[in-house]
Every structure is written in C-alpha cells, then in structure tokens.
Design a protein around this ligand. Structure first.
Ligand code: NDP
Length: 282
C-alpha cells in the first residue's frame, strides 16, 4: 500500500478560483475586499509569508496592505494601530503576524479587533464563538486541514482523530472543528507520555508540533490519513512532523511538506477575507 499524496497546491488553486469569482462579483457591487497585515519587528519567514500572500492577493484581486511596526512597539501602540486599521472600512481582514515579540499580549486585541475582521481567529471572541459552535473565523491552518479532508472526499464522521499539538493556532481549534464534524477527538502534547500508544489509534492523525520527522511509520495505524502542518527547516530542506517516507508506505493518504497544508492555509485565509467582505455593513 502506498498512500495517496494529498496535493495541497491543487486544492489551494481550486479554492483560489472560487475566491476570485467571489471577489469579481463583490467588485461589481463596488466592494473591493481588503486584507491588512500587522507585522511587529522583522524576520525572514514573516517577510516571505507576507510577500507570498501579497502575490496571492494580487492573483485574486484582494487588496493587501502591510503595516510594519518596529520591534519595540508597546502594547498600547499595537492596540492603537489595530484599532485604526479596524476602523478602516476598506479593510475586511486583519492578520497580526505571529509570533509577536514577548510582552505584546494578544488577548487584549479582542477589544480592538472586530470578530468579522479577525480572519485568522486569534481573538478570545473568535475562539469563544468557535467553541460554542457559532459562526466565526477559525484559525486558517486548522480550517485548511479540515478543507483538505473535505476536498479529498475523506469521511470524518465516526472516525477517531488524534491531534498532536494543542496550540491555540492549530491543534486546539482543529480538535474543535473535527469534533464538530463528528469525529471522536484526542489531543496529545509534549506531556502525553506514550505518544505512539495514541497515534496508533488514529484513523485521522493531525500533526501540529514543529519537530522534524517526529512521527515514524511504525507510529501510525495502517490505512490512517496523515495531515501534517509541521514546517521544520532542516539542513535537508523544509520537512514536516511526519517521517514522510516511513508514513507514506503505511497511510492511506498523507499531506506532503511542503505542498500540503501550507498552500491551503493561504487560500483559506483569502477565502475568509472574501467571506468577511461579503458581510460588510452598508
Ligand atoms: P506550538 O509550538 O505553539 O505548539 C506545538 C505543540 O506541539 C505544543 O502543544 C506542544 O506541546 C506539542 N509538542 C511539542 N513537542 C512534542 C512532542 N515531542 N510530542 C508531542 N507533542 C509535542 O506550535 P504551532 O501550533 O504554532 O505550530 C506547530 C507546527 O505547525 C510548527 O511546525 C509550525 O511551523 C507549523 N505551522 C504551520 C502553519 C501552516 O500554515 N502550515 C501555520 C502555523 C504553524 P505542549 O503544549 O505540551 O508544549
């Protein structure tokens, strides 16, 4: 058995096509969807990411604005900046680039960032809405992993989904989304102990850890679906949290790294911007 390799680039392209069609319809009504990035300090991965999204934005005709703030920005200044962008009617989505420098408490952004514009679902309000099953923007990576399953025709209902990683941006919201899609979910983390005891039970194994090749082939159940959000820069290049060669031989389907969850995450983010633009108050 060799797993079906789930082509994130193809799934992303198809999402972006739909996004583009929706943008065109909005533009005909005079609504130009806008996405703003707030970047505090600078780092190469952030610059690459923002440049990538700016390019994708152009492709689907979403305006992308980047507000670069110095690394020594205070919480008050950040809140003020977000508040100003939030008040800008031409902006439908605001992404505050993570990680923020230490000391800039994200939680306080809930009071200055509208849930409609919180397209990456980082505020307490968005998280609360997600956990109460109310309409909201879920964090893009978690949403992307669910979108990959849906577009690949992989049934979630009744399956046991095991998630490795419990962060607020990926693992935890993913567990919520999978549970709402009627999976039985288990969340594991660095203190779980016998990790393979859990991963071997997974029909769907979702990885959001940040440890290269942590999950070996012998740690998965034959026929499992492996979703790998990990992005690990190694001397051999960018790799995921799964040992791809080991897992591809046993899984029924697997996302590669790169070219799996990453491109779909970008497309899903732009999709959330269009969704927000379509809800712009008159
Ligand atoms: P975090 O560092 O916030 O969380 C990592 C999680 O993995 C934690 O819950 C941690 O446990 C757990 N963990 C760490 N080591 C182990 C271990 N040995 N066994 C089991 N669990 C472990 O990372 P993120 O959630 O932000 O990101 C995870 C990965 O996903 C990273 O590689 C990141 O680059 C990537 N990523 C990819 C995106 C994409 O678009 N494709 C977007 C965002 C992230 P504990 O809580 O106990 O510390």
């Amino acid at each position: 058995l060799t797993a079906r390799v789930l082509d994130g680039k193809a799934i992303a392209s198809s999402i972006l096509e739909t996004v583009h069609v929706r943008v065109a319809a909005l533009r005909r009504r005079g609504v130009v969807p806008g996405l703003a990035f707030v970047v505090v300090g600078s780092s190469e991965p952030t610059e690459l990411y923002v440049a990538r999204l700016t390019k994708l934005g152009k492709r689907v005709e979403i305006d992308v604005l980047v507000r670069a703030l110095p690394a020594d920005t205070t919480v008050e200044q950040l809140e003020q900046e977000v508040s100003t962008i939030n008040a800008d009617a031409s902006v439908d989505g605001i992404v505050i680039q993570m990680p923020l420098p230490e000391g800039l408490a994200v939680a306080r952004l809930s009071s200055v960032l509208d849930a409609r514009k919180d397209v990456d679902g980082i505020t307490i309000e968005s998280a609360g809405r997600l956990y109460q099953g109310l309409p909201t923007h879920a964090p893009s990576t978690a949403l992307a992993m669910v979108r990959i399953l849906a577009s690949s025709g992989i049934e979630v209902r009744g399956k046991h989904a095991v998630i490795v990683g419990r962060s607020n941006v990926v693992g935890h919201p993913l567990a919520e989304l999978l549970m709402r899609a009627d999976a039985t979910t288990t969340i594991t983390h660095s203190k779980s102990g016998d990790l393979s005891g859990y991963t071997r039970q997974a029909d769907i194994l979702a990885l959001a850890v940040g440890r290269p090749a942590l999950i070996k082939g012998e740690m998965i159940k034959p026929g499992a679906v492996v979703l790998d959000a990990g992005i690990n820069v190694t001397p051999e290049g960018v790799v995921g949290d799964s040992d791809f060669e080991g897992c591809v031989a046993l899984a029924s389907a697997i996302t590669p790294v790169p070219g799996g969850v990453g491109p779909v995450t970008n497309a899903v983010l732009l999709s959330s911007v269009v969704e927000s633009a379509s809800q712009r108050p008159d």
